[in-house]
Design a protein around this ligand. Structure first.
Ligand SMILES: Cc1ncc(COP(=O)(O)O)c(C=O)c1O
Length: 390
């Protein structure tokens, strides 16, 4: 008998709707508000980088790249990593170019997480980790970090490790906490994972955006962490080109081999002329070494504009975000307040609750300061005028 009923989807991600970033960016656009919500720069990338892409496009490098990425870019990443962290990754076997860090995060999780495996996730958490874990049958085990410092209690981490723990996901500099891990944190983590079957996924997309002269603590600097880590980077973040969606993963050869199997069938490869352009651009270390100072000046400009405001804050330690606590101004929950600030005061932000699976409300909003100086000045003025928003 003919069955006329339509197929029904049994969603693998039943709780996931449109991301808050899309919602707030649209609201900012509709309300003509300053958009400090989604994490993208509103200023142009370096002309030299754009010209390099054009150069390679015009020279005809417009077909598929090799699966793991073009050799010059993998070599350039190996040189950068060795220069910064004094450790070697083999360009052929241990470096893979991906379509943004998002793809790298997914492929790393898919490479090692099987149904029933537990994955420790610190929240607030960047929004792609948990769906990737769940799509691969894993179970997210949450550890909650709280503002304003978001410090990690390593005893608590130890207590969450079980025989089913397959991976721990970490992010430093952290979005949205804006905190950074210290050498001591790395040591604590190493003492927990040493001798276990636990892999690490280290999201280091803001590695070049660290403030106050502090050095980024990459997982590759610690031998116990390096041997079990997939480390993900993003050129979109570093070079103000988030729309290019180009990132990479560095990991020991055995991990990379498994990662490549997933990458091969997710995207196979990523776009050729941009890879070649980045390989040339990375030859000048100033291009990445200057990024921290550039964003530190932006952070300071944004915070300088808030001197007389009633928001309270701990200055961001890294990433291009700043959290502001509004408990002196309003009792409203952070989502509703973020919407009202956008509609009524003309500044869009992201409520930090959305980064917690139980939507913990700490009366804190995240602002992106990867914006031109005029936007930052205007945002400061507008936010300073808010004394109460009852
Ligand atoms: C912590 C974190 N990880 C990963 C990403 C994704 O990077 P990409 O745009 O290169 O995919 C972002 C982007 O906002 C991020 O903030």
């Amino acid at each position: 008998m003919e069955n006329s009923s339509k197929p029904v989807i049994h969603s693998k991600l039943p709780h996931i709707g449109t991301t808050i970033f899309t919602v707030m960016s649209k609201l900012a656009h509709d309300c003509n508000a300053l958009n400090l919500s989604q994490g993208f720069p509103n200023f142009p990338a370096d002309d030299e980088l754009i010209l390099l892409v054009e150069h390679y496009m015009k020279k005809g490098f417009n077909q598929y790249a090799p699966m793991s990425g073009v050799q010059p870019l993998r070599e350039a990443i190996a040189i950068m990593v060795e220069k910064l962290y004094n450790t070697v990754y083999h360009p052929e076997k241990e470096i893979i170019i991906t379509s943004g860090a998002t793809e790298a995060l997914f492929a790393a999780i898919a490479a090692v997480v099987s149904p029933g495996d537990e994955v420790i996730v610190f929240e607030p958490a960047y929004d792609s980790y948990v769906p990737a874990i769940e799509l691969n049958g894993g179970v997210a085990v949450y550890i909650t970090l709280e503002p304003p410092y978001f410090n990690i209690n390593w005893q608590q981490v130890k207590a969450k490790v079980t025989s089913k723990t397959r991976m721990i996901v970490m992010n430093s500099p952290h979005n949205p906490a804006t905190s950074v891990l210290t050498a001591n944190d790395l040591q604590e983590l190493a003492s927990i994972v040493k001798g276990t079957n636990i892999f690490l996924l280290s999201d280091e997309v803001y590695e070049h955006i660290v403030f106050n002269g502090v050095k980024h603590q990459s997982f590759c600097t610690h031998p116990v962490l390096k041997e079990r880590s997939f480390i993900c980077g993003s050129f979109g973040k570093t070079f103000h080109v988030t729309g290019w969606k180009i990132g990479y993963c560095v990991a020991p050869a055995e991990l990379s081999a498994e990662f490549r199997k997933i990458h091969q069938y997710l995207t196979f490869c990523t776009n050729t002329p941009i890879q070649l352009a980045l390989a040339d651009f990375l030859k000048n270390p100033d291009n990445y070494l200057s990024v921290s100072a550039f964003y530190e000046a932006k952070r300071n400009k944004f915070l300088g504009g808030l001197k007389n405001s009633r928001f309270t804050f701990i200055p961001s330690q890294g990433s291009y975000f700043q959290n502001l606590c509004y408990s002196a101004i309003s009792d409203e929950n952070d989502f509703d307040l973020a919407v009202r600030l956008t509609k009524e005061k003309g500044v869009a932000s992201i409520p930090v609750s959305v980064f917690y699976h139980k939507l913990n409300d700490y009366k804190t909003l995240r602002f992106c300061f990867a914006k031109d100086d005029e936007t930052l000045e205007r945002a400061g003025e507008m936010l300073s005028r808010i004394n109460d928003i009852a």
